[in-house]
Design a protein around this ligand. Structure first.
Ligand code: BGP
Length: 466
């Protein structure tokens, strides 16, 4: 067995449509759930973002300058199908054609996320993922993408962070809980439909584009027990199952995780599963696992009869509490980012080890990165040594994991270029490329290479040795 990073390791970075493109209600695009949500006070509107819609050529040229082998971006469903189904917006189809061709011009493999938090608003109005029809709607969308781009796109991702849609959809603006009495029933029924839609889309890609590869893209954080108390270990297993394994057990093996099944039974939330659904899940056969990793999670046992409150789920990374199942615990051994997210490079390797031993599939890191208040200096520089340090430490762990035998296909940190955070605006920056705008002041949107830009270029040149 060959160890280390393969020669053809896919170095790149990621973006998502609604966070980077702008032009959110023009050029024929229909609104998505992101365009109709209430934007958190004081944070950026989504109508311009980084204006990638108009500046993609300049941006991809900068990615090529860094030496990207791949670029992960998502397709806005409502840009190609403004009502989510039926009528096609040719201008939207052409836009992604241009993006794909621009990548290929530089030998950059497009890594396309089909769905990243932006369900067409027209579908949401009808009930979104809670309806069985959503499965067919997603397959129609997938077919449109394979028909138009399948001749050139080799790598596909189905749904970004499906687990976060279930766990913290309220934070990222993807779920509407109005009038819902049993939230578990609603969320896990939607989840079942997404899992089924994903399985069908995987199968369809293999039929329509035999050379292409596809995988899921959940957010995977290994969960630690707060102490070595046996009950804390049980709590960690519970949250690992609920947060992580449910999604990958289904995507890879086509079966519901037993611990989660029990949890759903206890909440009267077993989804409606039609005859044949589980066969389809089993036949999905993903080629690889894409996963986003920012940090680990830590939990303790909890048996207080407290209900989950929204204030305990401030962002994607906090575990919150499920009485009798787990309770989030701030890990005292970890440093934090300016935005309070724990930093855990060793946990990255622990997460990769665990995933590889459970699923034995090649893995591509589809997100990882550090959000910070970057400062543009007078002479057009951004000294983001903290980002370099974060990324370097995580890359070290990928290399160690690969040496131990894990099949690592690629690394796409978040984000290629500054864009709008899911709920903290554009002042929370992640990119290698700085975009000159404030929350509401658009300035000139000019691009600047951060220090991390030059550093990452060297990392790629040396296949990870920097
Ligand atoms: C992931 C999402 C991204 C992204 C990133 C950073 O959960 O897939 O869309 O934005 O997290 O999160 P935030 O923007 O909240 O800092």
């Amino acid at each position: 067995k060959k160890h280390g990073l393969p020669e053809n390791f896919l170095w790149g970075a990621s973006t998502s449509a609604y966070q980077v493109e702008g032009a959110n209600l023009s050029h024929g695009k229909g609104p998505s759930v992101q365009d109709i949500k209430t934007v958190p006070a004081g944070t950026s509107e989504l109508d311009v973002c980084a204006d990638f819609y108009h500046r993609y050529a300049e941006d991809i040229a900068l990615m090529a300058e860094m030496g990207f082998k791949t670029f992960r971006f998502s397709i806005a469903w409502s840009r190609v199908l403004p009502e989510g189904t039926g009528r096609v917006n040719q201008e939207g189809i052409d836009f992604y054609n241009n993006v794909i061709n621009e990548c290929l011009k530089y030998g950059i493999e497009p890594l396309v996320t089909m769905f990243h938090f932006d369900l067409p608003a027209a579908l949401e109005k009808k009930g979104g993922w809670s309806r069985r029809e959503s499965v067919g709607e997603f397959v129609e969308f997938a077919k449109l993408l394979y028909t138009n781009y399948g001749d050139r796109v080799k790598y596909w991702l189905t749904i970004n962070e499906q687990n976060m849609l279930t766990l913290v959809g309220d934070v990222i603006g993807t779920c509407n809980m109005e009038g819902v009495t049993n939230k578990y029933k609603k969320l896990y029924q939607e989840n079942h439909h997404m899992l089924l839609a994903q399985a069908k889309a995987m199968k369809l890609l293999h039929e329509m584009c035999p050379g292409a590869k596809i995988g899921p893209a959940p957010n995977i954080s290994l969960v630690y027990p707060a102490t070595c108390k046996p009950k804390d270990v049980l709590a960690a297993q519970n949250f690992n199952a609920i947060r992580n394994w449910l999604y990958l057990d289904m995507a890879v093996y086509g079966r519901y995780n037993d611990l989660v099944w029990k949890f759903l039974e206890e909440h009267d939330a077993i989804p409606v599963i039609e005859d044949g659904d589980m066969d389809i899940m089993e036949q999905a056969n993903p080629d690889f696992i894409g996963f986003n990793y920012y940090n680990t999670a830590t939990v303790e046992w909890d048996d207080s009869p407290v209900a989950v409150t929204d204030s305990e789920k401030k962002d994607q990374q906090s575990a919150g509490i499920e009485p009798g199942v787990y309770k989030a615990y701030p890990n005292p051994n970890l440093l934090r980012t300016e935005f309070g997210w724990e930093i855990d490079p060793d946990g990255f390797r622990a997460t990769i080890r665990e995933m590889y031993s459970r699923y034995h599939l090649p893995m591509i890191v589809t997100e990882n990165g550090l959000g910070a208040y970057d400062k543009l200096t007078e002479d057009g520089k951004v000294h983001d040594d903290y980002r370099i340090e974060y990324l370097r430490k995580h890359i070290e762990q990928i290399k160690l994991a690969a040496d131990e035998g894990a099949e690592m296909m690629g690394y796409c940190p978040w984000s290629a270029i500054d864009l709008v955070s899911t709920h903290e605006g554009i002042t929370k920056r992640y990119g290698f490329i700085y975009v000159n705008r404030d929350e509401f002041d658009m300035k000139d949107l000019a691009r600047y290479r951060k220090d991390s830009f030059y550093w990452y270029k060297k990392v790629i040149e040396t296949n990870g040795e920097d």
